[in-house]
Design a binder for this molecule. Structure first.
Ligand code: MV4
Length: 453
């Protein structure tokens, strides 16, 4: 097992990884940008190293600075967390070249799955259902039109290098397809330096269901059931839960088995997620793999009782996965609300600044993952998430009640947060009935939403 790990991230996930290291008896080395020098979790690390300026490119995205910090502190491994360098295959390769274990999948798997067209091909080979669409890249407008006519409108144009909703455009007829194609290509070129596009049939009112996977370096792959992340706003998840309220036990079993087949075909190890769209008739379609630990991983930790970050570390150290599929049970119901420093009444504008007052909820079944404290300054340079509030109870109804209680206890000020929005969501009849698709937020809180895209 490792004795020393570098934590190449910030905020709540840095703290989460430091905690896993402590539980495993490993020294955690933290890194920080000049904007994060007062972060309290730095004191929980064995050591902390400044890696550069406030902007992510100067610090948390600065691969050379991070590798230097790793060399300087003589760590055996780097945990990238999520975001920043977590899904950067070149960074994983740099780590390998420097004989530092990257705590994540292999650069090869990351590369193969990072290209959505290549991932779709792999999925098809593994007999994982995909959204009907083009077999590969679509190189011209005319080719896109021909494919759309075969599929039938509406269709969705996606960037091969995209993901998480970036570089995506719907088209409802030939005219909109032609303009969308031009725009999508320009956007993909600008955002990813790769203008490759593909076309899929548009799935109406989809639910977003993802399967948590763990694989070791010996080829063992298991799933830890699913999470439902349908409650989003502009591709920013707001609420996640497990089990999904939308699927039958039969669909769940098929979905999880499909995800495991894909991970095996990709030679995937470490923690990862296989994302699916699920339609109203419970047909499911693979869309992409997230080759990292995700923000919402604690939802799965609560229902399975497993520590995913510890597993990632054990796997990177070469341990075989001692956890067998039949030992992983989905017990009770977990919900997560992302508490962001934003103003929902003001188009979700970021609301950074000092936190003066903070009272965290607690009691039975409550978990709060946060790096925030009274006196902490929420920096405008980074993601606006300040806390993840989770509950775990026997049933979904009990979990919703516990979440209402926890949200009522939560005091944070004077910054604006998404807490009032979450309180409203937990009272919403459709949410309580489990009838949530990806258009829920727009339909329910539509007045302040429309016309902002
Ligand atoms: C789609 C889709 C409809 N049809 N693909 C958005 C995130 C990215 N991972 C895939 N996404 C979508 N892909 C087809 N063929 C609708 C979405 C989508 C969505 C998916 C999951 C959760 C929220 C969403 C919000 C808008 C669009």
């Amino acid at each position: 097992m490792f004795t020393r790990i570098l934590v190449a991230n910030r905020g709540e996930i840095a703290l989460r990884i430091i905690r896993a290291c402590r539980d495993l008896g490993i020294d955690a080395i933290a890194v920080y940008s000049r904007a994060d020098r007062d972060a309290a979790y730095l004191n929980l690390a064995h050591d902390a190293i400044c890696i550069g300026g406030e902007s992510p490119t100067q610090s948390y995205l600065n691969a050379a600075a991070i590798i230097s910090a790793a060399e300087l502190t003589d760590v055996q491994a780097i945990h990238p967390g999520y975001g920043f360098l977590a899904e950067n295959a070149r960074f994983a390769q740099m780590c390998r070249d420097c004989r530092i274990e990257f705590i994540g999948p292999s650069p090869e798997a990351m590369q193969a799955l990072g290209d959505k067209v290549a991932a779709r091909k792999l999925a098809k080979q593994a007999k994982v259902p995909c959204v009907p669409g083009s077999p590969g890249n679509v190189d011209s407008e005319d080719e896109a039109v021909a494919i759309a006519e075969k599929l039938g409108y509406p269709v969705m144009i996606k960037a091969a290098a995209g993901g998480g909703g970036r570089g995506m455009r719907p088209a409802h007829n030939e005219a909109t397809l032609r303009t969308s194609f031009k725009h999508a290509r320009a956007e993909a070129e600008a955002a990813f330096k790769d203008g490759s596009l593909y076309v899929e049939k548009l799935i109406e009112r989809p639910r977003h269901v993802e399967v948590q996977l763990l694989g070791d370096r010996k080829g063992n792959v298991i799933h830890l059931w699913e999470r439902d992340c349908s409650l989003q706003r502009r591709h920013q998840k707001l609420v996640e839960e497990s089990p999904s309220p939308h699927i039958s036990a039969r669909t769940r079993a098929k979905l999880c088995a499909a995800a495991v087949r894909l991970a095996r075909a990709a030679g995937y190890y470490s923690a990862g997620t296989c994302e699916f769209l699920v339609d109203e008739r419970e047909n499911f379609y693979f869309i992409e793999v997230n080759a990292r630990i995700q923000v919402e991983h604690p939802v799965t930790e609560l229902v399975t009782g497993e520590d995913l970050v510890q597993w990632q570390i054990r796997i990177a150290a070469g341990e075989p996965l001692k956890l067998k599929q039949d030992q992983v049970h989905q017990s009770g119901h977990a919900l997560e609300c992302r508490i962001n420093a934003e103003s929902p009444e003001d188009g979700f504008r970021p609301s950074p600044g000092p936190i003066q007052r903070l009272i965290l909820p607690g009691g039975p079944g409550v978990r709060v993952d946060t790096h925030a404290y009274a006196g902490y300054n929420v920096s405008p340079f980074y993601d606006s998430m300040v806390a993840k509030l989770l509950v775990h109870r026997a049933t979904r109804a009990d979990a919703i009640r516990a979440m209402r209680r926890a949200l009522a206890e939560f005091v944070i000020g004077p910054i604006q947060t998404t807490i009032p929005l979450h309180r409203a969501i937990m009272e919403q009849a459709d949410f309580v009935r489990g009838r949530v698709d990806t258009g829920f937020i727009e339909r329910t809180f539509g007045a302040s939403e429309r016309g902002k895209s």
